[in-house]
Ligand binder design. Structure first.
Ligand code: SF4
Length: 219
């Protein structure tokens, strides 16, 4: 693993590449954002946005989601992966939101995590994007990029990745860094075909160097 100083230098490079990175899930309020984040599991934001463009016109409140039969909600979500599970989780979330918080998305991390179907990542995203509270959510892009660059260990779990990033990055930059790492992973250091040949971090990236050496052997 590299030092915190080197890690922050890498993140500074990423930050300069994507200065305007922001949440790409279209939403108009914390409730819509929470639903969109739940829908985004193992699905692209583009697919979620296509779906929610219509979904959010039909379902505006937690009651709207639980007042329909599960099969109707499943049918409305069928364009995205894991739609059956997601329909079930959304109904559970809305039920617990009504029971515990009168249908209003709470503004603390602990309360958010107390909701059915809301894990640490979702709570972090909602705290950061909806309420502008410093959080550094770790999704698949953030985890992959942090590990490839050697900021974290390959064996680190998601929570360890989050803790490490929060140690490296100044607190006031957590929210922005989350989006910048996502953009870097989504548009540059892609899972299957990272753009190592044009990467400004190539010289210091262990994954980039490994791939380069492997490519030399293939020649
Ligand atoms: S060198 Fe390749 S693997 Fe490393 S950060 Fe850049 S694109 Fe990703």
């Amino acid at each position: 693993m590299i030092s915190n100083k080197k890690a922050l230098e890498m993140i500074d490079v990423i930050s300069n590449m994507f200065p305007d990175a922001e949440c790409e899930l279209v939403h108009e309020n914390p409730f819509e954002l929470t639903i969109a984040v739940l829908l985004s599991a193992q699905t692209t934001d583009v697919s979620v946005n296509k779906l929610t463009k219509h979904l959010f016109k039909k379902y505006k409140t937690p009651e709207d989601y639980i007042n329909v039969d599960i099969s109707e909600l499943e049918n409305d979500l069928r364009t995205i992966g894991l739609y059956r599970n997601k329909a079930k989780n959304i109904q559970k979330l809305c039920q617990s939101l009504l029971e515990k918080f009168n249908g209003i998305i709470p503004e603390t991390h602990a309360e958010l995590e107390s909701l059915a179907g809301v894990g640490r990542k979702t709570a972090n995203v909602v705290m950061s994007v909806a309420f502008n509270e410093p959080s550094l959510a770790v999704d698949t892009h953030v985890e992959r990029v942090s590990k490839r660059l050697g900021i974290c260990r390959w064996k680190d779990n998601v929570r360890q990745v989050e803790d490490k990033l929060c140690k490296v990055v100044p607190r006031e930059r957590w929210n922005k860094t989350h989006h910048q790492l996502i953009f870097f992973g989504r548009y540059h250091c892609l899972a299957r075909s990272p753009k190592c040949d044009i990467c400004p971090l190539f010289d210091v990236c262990r994954e980039g160097q490994k791939r380069y050496k492997a490519s030399l052997k293939e020649v």
